[in-house]
Design a protein around this ligand. Structure first.
Ligand SMILES: Cc1cc2nc3c(=O)[nH]c(=O)nc-3n(C[C@H](O)[C@H](O)[C@H](O)COP(=O)(O)O)c2cc1C
Length: 312
């Protein structure tokens, strides 16, 4: 076969969807890349497809008590508690740094009520340097007994529709995997007006220190991320790509170029790298270089020719 492949020296890696123009399909996952500035000493932010910020709320949040992170056999558990500076401080103190780069800024956000979600979205809608919003629906709905918005398709639909009304920018809705059938929430998100779906957020988990007999994180239950969750994430990405018409961003356990390629082959238009950034702050550059080498090796002139080419 290889003698038929075109000789490629510089593959085209740019992808375009929902009005977003990305130099390549790689971006950090929210909460693992701070507000970008923290990673600037290690990575050229101009090389990234996009920058995705830590999740923002209307007011600053201090997060959960420590310990908030525990390493597991093939990943990590975290219960940071969505610590963040709040939307106003972000716009004032963090946006000027991010605007220096020729890289789209995706702002991740959340709320405790529908009203809060809509308020944060409306505030960010007025900020010219923000390319798109990523809505984290893995948050408890305080008005409705703490059930997580994203685990109830009706609650997900309602809150997404409220946000949609206040937002002109592209809306990425990030799904939680802690549901029986991810296709149902994905469909609700599309119906409510999402432009893009990203998935997956962390899987709920728990770990116990057998000597102290205490949970290894103070919040008792945390979110599992890292390479151990990747097969779940690839499966869910595949199912969602088959269900909705809108573009999908794949997330979960991407540590190497090959891992990112799995998501692209099942049909994700872009991918996010999370836990890998904690292992190696330069991981995204290494993954990007690996994707380029793979395209050269496989004679792929344009990464778009690889997306959604899963053979069944
Ligand atoms: C420490 C930590 C903080 C996170 N914070 C957020 C957040 O603020 N908003 C969000 O939508 N996802 C958050 N996530 C979830 C990640 O963005 C990502 O969906 C998840 O970790 C799976 O990807 P990974 O296996 O590559 O880490 C966080 C994950 C970690 C590990």
């Amino acid at each position: 076969m290889s003698h038929c492949r075109p000789s490629v020296t510089k593959p085209r890696l740019a992808v375009e969807f929902a009005g977003l123009k990305l130099k390549n399909p790689l971006m950090p996952a929210s909460g693992t890349f701070g507000y970008g500035e923290e990673f600037a000493p290690y990575l050229d932010l101009d090389q990234m497809g996009a920058i995705v910020t830590k999740g923002l709320s209307l007011n600053p949040k201090a997060g959960n008590p420590t310990p908030r992170i525990a390493e597991t056999v093939s990943g990590m558990l975290n219960a940071i508690g969505l610590q963040n500076v709040g939307v106003e401080a972000f716009i004032r103190d963090k946006m000027p740094f991010l605007e220096q780069f020729d890289t789209p800024v995706v702002v991740n956000f959340f709320g405790n009520t529908q009203v809060e979600y809509a308020e944060v979205a409306a505030r960010l809608n007025d900020v010219p340097g923000v390319a798109a919003l990523e809505m984290n629906i893995s948050c408890p709905n305080v008005k409705h007994g703490g059930i997580v918005f994203g685990t109830d398709p009706k609650a997900a639909f309602d809150v997404i529709a409220k946000v949609r009304k206040r937002l002109d920018k592209p809306l990425i809705v990030k799904l939680t995997p802690n549901v029986t059938d991810i296709r149902v929430t994905a469909q609700a998100a599309e119906d409510a007006g999402a432009d893009v779906i990203s998935l997956i957020n962390t899987l709920t988990g728990m770990a116990v220190d057998v000597r102290t007999r205490r949970p290894r994180i103070a919040n008792v239950i945390g979110g599992l991320s890292g390479p151990g969750i990747r097969p779940v994430a690839v499966r869910m990405t595949h199912q969602v790509v088959q269900t909705v018409k809108i573009p999908v961003i794949g997330i979960g356990g991407i540590m190497r170029a090959e891992d990112a390629l799995e998501f692209l082959i099942v049909g994700a238009r872009a991918v996010q790298v999370g836990t890998a950034n904690f292992v190696d702050p330069n991981a995204m550059q290494t993954i990007l270089d690996g994707i380029e080498s793979f395209c050269i090796e496989q004679g792929i002139e344009d990464i778009n020719d690889l997306i959604g080419t899963l053979e069944l």
